[in-house]
Design a binder for this molecule. Sequence first.
Ligand code: CTP
Length: 223
Amino acid sequence: MSFSSPLRCVITAGPTREPIDPVRYISNPSTGKMGYAIAQAAVDAGWTVDLVSGPTHLREPEECILYPVVTGEEMYHQVDALFDACDILIMTAAIVDFRPKSPLAHKEKKGDAQLNIEMEPVIDVLKTVSQRKKDQFLVGFAAETNDLENYAMRKLKEKNLDLIAANLIGSGSGFALDSNILTILGPDGFREKWPAASKESLGRDLVALVTRKMEEGRTLSGS
Ligand code: CTP
C-alpha cells in the first residue's frame, strides 16, 4: 500500500439540486455541516483536502480547495476527476437520487404546468468510482429512517466501502442539526456506536478513526 504524504482526501458535502425548470428544483434539507466539520478536522490533521460541495451557506476551511457543484451529475464528474489521485474519499453529500428527465429551459407557467414529472435515476457516485478503487480508503454515510444497521451494511458492501457512518433521521440526529449520533460499521465486523456529539467533535473522531484504520491496514499488508 502506498499513500501520498501528506494524505490527500476528497470530501463531499451538502445537498445536490436537480432542476425542474430555471426557478424550481428537487433537493433535500442537508446543510453540509457534517462534511465541512470533517474537512476542518482533516485539515487540522495535516491532510490535503479537496471539498466537493453542493450549495450550502457555510464557509469552507481556508486551507482546503473548494469545488462547488449543483447537480449529482456535476458532483460525479468532480469526484471522478479527483478520485485516482486521492488516498481517502469521504462521501457525506446527500445526493438527490432522481432527477426530472427533461428539465424545462423556460419557467413553467403554473397554469400550463404538468403536474406529473417524469424522473430518471441519478448516477451513484460512490458505487461507480469505488469499482476502480486501488489503495483508497472509502467512507460512506447512510441516513435512514428505520432498520439502520441492515441498510447501512448493505450500502457498505454494495459500494465497496472501508467504513460507513450511519445515522437515524430524527430524535437528535440527522439533517440540519448541529449534533449527530453515529453508528460506524466496517466490513470486518467493526461496530461502534458514538453517542450524541457536535458535528465538529464527530468530524475529529472520524478523522482519527480513519487514520487508525489506515495504519492497521498498512501494518497488515506489511508496507
Ligand atoms: N451516494 C452517492 N451517489 C448517490 C447517492 C448516494 O455516492 N447517487 C452516497 C452518499 O454520499 C452516501 C452513500 O452513498 O455516502 C449512501 O447514501 P444514501 O442516500 O444513504 O443511500 P442511497 O445509496 O442513495 O440509497 P437509498 O436512497 O435507497 O437509501
